[in-house]
Design a binder for this molecule. Structure first.
Ligand SMILES: Cc1cc2nc3c(=O)[nH]c(=O)nc-3n(C[C@H](O)[C@H](O)[C@H](O)COP(=O)(O)OP(=O)(O)OC[C@H]3O[C@@H](n4cnc5c(N)ncnc54)[C@H](O)[C@@H]3O)c2cc1C
Length: 472
């Protein structure tokens, strides 16, 4: 029987794909990469002297390359960029925690991976930190390994041009990969096995400038892995009466709603601050935690087996309602604790005008997202509603178009450089998972617009859902 892990990642014979699967956090990609290499070695698909091509020098590709090279495989890692870990390397504001999103699991506050001391065969361990710091540490690991191992060759500015194929005349022969390099030009090489670790093709951060005129171009928001100003006390906006719109119902949007409204660098930091402020101590949230763990687990199981996402709406709505019910229960039955939660959250938000930050998402529930982000976004919304009488999360709403006012003489479409300028936003209200909604122009109301509409994949195969081990 073919190893189930190998089968789950096999794209074609001898070609394995680590991208296009969820969950896809950095920790998940490290686990995927490690297990795949171990299983390929165990099944003898990889053995000393095999030639392995790894496409992509992100966390997943680098892990595969290092582990395979340590096992005497001849490895070539290529990357289209000028260096490894490109997404994380230049982002100084995104805090990455390897385990916080395992919450409500108990180990979510450990802040390191692996959880207990690095086993000798885990090449790229990490502790919670800003993305650029983590990427710098990994770059050192990769260059040390490359220096020590002549059988590990890492080539940058090298792009895989076409899917690696076997010659039709030689179905058991090597896979031929075609590369392109700015100096060396196009060339081919043969391999026994290929691992694609190309990450996502593109992040969806654009919306039309004018929905009724496709030639007008697109508005492009600040990207997820771009250094931003969301945690600065002024959010990087000059006007004291700023308004910021965040669009999306997944982790990117929820994460940024949390950062913008409270200024905290991570969801876990916010949770810890709230728990330490509760007069009754952590016991109350511990009780909620177990109820949420059960609800999250049920939703996850439903979604794993949801054909074409058909059961997603019901699973996500149940989950959303459960989180809301627990927060309402906190408000009504534990009034003293709730008052402290409101003052803590609004205290953190002090000066940021959290009531002027609006999160819009397309349905009556959020999309697939981590429990911690879901819980905290809904909790923050209730705190702001209680303190300011304003609802800062609007469901059944989609962004139709965004047109920044770039000022006289500036006609180029916004490339996130328009942060702080007035933006004219058209919203569609009455939307749903499957329905568009009706037009609702807003006026030049927002000084910042953040689009978090998910990602596009390299292949048309769609994203596969997995349930991955958390520990090795
Ligand atoms: C919007 C977004 C939000 C995310 N949020 C989080 C988060 O909060 N926490 C978290 O832990 N993780 C998050 N992730 C996931 C995280 O980015 C990945 O787990 C991490 O980057 C490691 O992924 P990887 O190695 O599979 O791919 P990547 O890091 O994307 O690396 C892929 C590499 O492949 C290269 N490549 C692609 N095509 C070719 C080609 N044809 N030829 C040569 N090279 C090629 C690219 O240049 C790139 O360097 C997020 C991802 C996205 C897109």
């Amino acid at each position: 029987m073919l190893d189930p892990f190998i089968r789950a990642h096999r794209a074609r014979p001898s070609v394995y794909n680590l991208a296009g699967r969820v969950p896809v956090s950095i920790r998940d990609q490290l686990v995927r990469a490690q297990i795949l290499v171990e299983r390929l070695l165990k099944s003898s698909d990889l053995s000393a002297g095999s030639r392995l091509l790894v496409v992509g020098a992100g966390a997943a590709g680098a892990t595969v390359g290092i582990l395979a090279a340590r096992n005497d495989i001849d490895v070539i890692v290529i990357d289209a960029g000028v260096g490894p870990f490109a997404l994380q390397k230049s982002c100084t504001t995104r805090w990455i925690d390897p385990v916080q999103y395992d919450w409500p699991a108990q180990h979510a506050d450990r802040g390191r991976w692996p959880l207990s001391g690095p086993p000798p065969d885990v090449p790229m361990t990490f502790a919670a930190d800003f993305a650029n710091v983590i990427a710098e540490n990994w770059s050192d690991v990769l260059s040390d390994e490359t220096f020590m191992r002549p059988n590990l060759d890492v080539r940058f500015e090298t792009t895989l041009k076409r899917y690696p194929v076997r010659a039709p005349s030689s179905p058991a022969g090597p896979l031929t990969a075609e590369f392109s390099h700015p100096v060396h030009g196009d060339y081919t090489e043969n391999f026994d096995l290929v691992v694609l670790a190309r990450g996502v093709a593109r992040e969806r951060v654009t919306v039309p400038l004018d929905q009724d005129n496709p030639k007008a171009g697109v508005f492009s928001s600040v990207k997820f892995w771009q250094t931003d100003q969301f945690q600065s006390p002024t959010l990087g906006l000059a006007a004291p009466d700023h308004r910021v719109l965040v669009s999306g119902g997944g982790d990117g949007a929820l994460q940024d709603y949390i950062r913008l409204t409270t200024g905290t660098k991570s969801a876990l930091q916010l949770l810890t601050t709230i728990v330490s402020a509760l007069p009754s101590g952590p016991g109350l949230l511990e009780r909620l935690r177990w109820e949420l763990a059960e609800a999250e687990d049920q939703a996850h199981r439903m979604q794993l087996w949801s054909a074409d996402g058909a059961d997603d709406h019901a699973a996500l709505q149940n989950l959303h309602d459960k989180h809301l019910a627990l927060i309402k229960g906190l408000q009504s039955s534990f009034a003293a604790d709730w008052r402290d939660v409101v003052s803590t959250v609004c205290g953190l938000a002090n000066g940021r005008n959290p009531e002027r930050i609006l999160l819009v998402h397309p349905c009556t529930h959020f999309s697939m997202a981590y429990g911690l982000n879901r819980f905290l976004a809904l909790l923050i919304r209730e705190c702001i509603r209680e303190r300011f009488g304003v609802d800062t999360i609007s469901g059944k709403t989609r962004v139709r178009s965004v047109r920044p006012d770039l000022g006289a003489g500036h006609s180029a479409p916004c490339q996130a450089g328009c942060w702080g300028r007035p933006h004219f936003v058209e919203l569609l209200s009455g939307a749903g998972c499957l329905s568009a909604g009706t037009k609702h122009p807003s006026g030049f109301d927002y000084q910042g617009v953040v689009i978090r509409h998910g990602t596009e994949q390299h292949t048309r195969a769609g994203v596969r859902r997995h349930s991955l081990p958390k520990h090795l």
